[in-house]
Design a protein around this ligand. Sequence first.
Ligand SMILES: Cc1cc2nc3c(=O)[nH]c(=O)nc-3n(C[C@H](O)[C@H](O)[C@H](O)COP(=O)(O)OP(=O)(O)OC[C@H]3O[C@@H](n4cnc5c(N)ncnc54)[C@H](O)[C@@H]3O)c2cc1C
Ligand code: FES
Ligand code: FES
Length: 467
Amino acid sequence: MIKFILNHNLVQLESIQADKTLLDYLRLDENLTGSKEGCASGDCGACTVVIAEPNSTGDSLNYKSINSCICLLGSLHGKQVITVDSLKASVETELHPIQQAMVDSHASQCGFCTPGFVMSLFSLSKHKVSVDRTVLVDNIDGNLCRCTGYRPIIDAGLSVLNQPFTDDYDKNSQQALDTLKSINPVQEENFFVPETASELSQLTQQYPEARLLAGGTDLTLGITQGLQTYEKVIYIGRVKELKQIAETNNETIIGAGVTYQECEDHLSREYPTLRNHLHRFASTQIRNIGTLGGNVANASPIGDMPPVLVALDASLILQKGEDKRTVKVDDFYTGYKKTVLEQSEFLREIVIPKNKVNHHLAVYKISKRHADDISSICAAFYIHVEAGIISSIRIAMGGMAATVKRATNCEKYLKGQIISKETLDKAKAEIATDFDPMSDVRATQEYRILMAQNLLERLFIEQGAEL
Ligand SMILES: Cc1cc2nc3c(=O)[nH]c(=O)nc-3n(C[C@H](O)[C@H](O)[C@H](O)COP(=O)(O)OP(=O)(O)OC[C@H]3O[C@@H](n4cnc5c(N)ncnc54)[C@H](O)[C@@H]3O)c2cc1C
Ligand code: FES
Ligand code: FES
């Protein structure tokens, strides 16, 4: 049985179709048609709803915006979902203050995107932070408007989010928290929600055909875009061991079920350049739910984190039954969308070495749009320069081969060289021998090689080369 709070009401679903999306459930089963379907692929934000769940200490609710079109219904177990349909009734005024601000700022024309913008702003309002233009724009990076233009929407957000208001969701948050905490582990036939790594490994062995679901931001596209059906799904989002972040003196260990939003601070404290990179990753809605583990296990050649992990020489802990093994990320991929993962084996943790003294991580993402777009090329360099000489360097690139790939010829050449124009020219020739990329809709082969060379030049400039 799946149990969650829908707006203010507790819902119990005796059995569910494992691959049913939240948006379909809301619109078709509950007749809550405020959330719109634009793209059904997480790109436009028209379907945005807000999820509330107990924070790590269990003393308050965390609110986050998500795309309901690519969220599977069963993953709501133990959470509260808030839809735009309920906002008006949660205040005594005619409209919710966020809706009123949208009206007052003339921030809606055709109105198709408006429910999504309202919910992204609603989510931000629950974070109780001071909101300036940068924060606001960052939080609506997953919402597209095709007719009004963003200026009035930003005006609406800035006008309402810095004036305190209270709605029924604030008033009832303790009650919602207590209800969510009282929801027990679930027993379901097709949609499994294990709570421990041991339960997860039993399920993956019992049902090797079941699909593993983390955030679902890749997996669910198979349903909405690929028209596939998944009869059995195992959701890893409540597995305690997979939701943990641990620090040792030398490593940061990130559970495979940890979302980007949850690990951003840890990663960017150690590697400051990652903060900007993570903000170029997808959108707020995707980062709120998508996991680092899903990005690794998905094995896309244009995933944004595998190049970083390979450059940092990170490792993966894989589990099958009670057995665990460690594999370098560099050795994890065996071909296009293929990995060394065996049947019933799952990714448990990602182990990232701590930053070494005077080493620098540079990450550059080339995509057609700044926000909410996947890479044409993603390059990561981990470099140590001492007295103008490169003493070590690891270079990994996505979008240049069927898997993330290291530029080993270029690395070998650069080791021991001085940072100079002459070195750069030779390194550019070497990096062209490392890759034989394909041409596709995102970039031609020539463009990809040229970009790899130009990103090397950018690295040299940032390292103080006089070119
Ligand atoms: C609109 C949009 C924008 C995007 N933008 C970007 C982007 O900018 N950069 C980028 O790199 N990606 C992007 N993505 C892709 C996606 O968001 C990421 O790859 C994300 O990290 C996937 O994580 P997830 O938790 O959602 O994985 P899921 O979709 O849940 O899983 C992905 C795959 O990994 C498997 N899997 C998940 N967890 C495990 C595990 N622990 N063990 C074994 N197998 C597992 C699943 O079975 C599935 O096959 C985007 C996706 C969308 C929809
Ligand atoms: S419908 Fe476009 S993001 Fe969901
Ligand atoms: S108001 Fe029409 S898409 Fe935004």
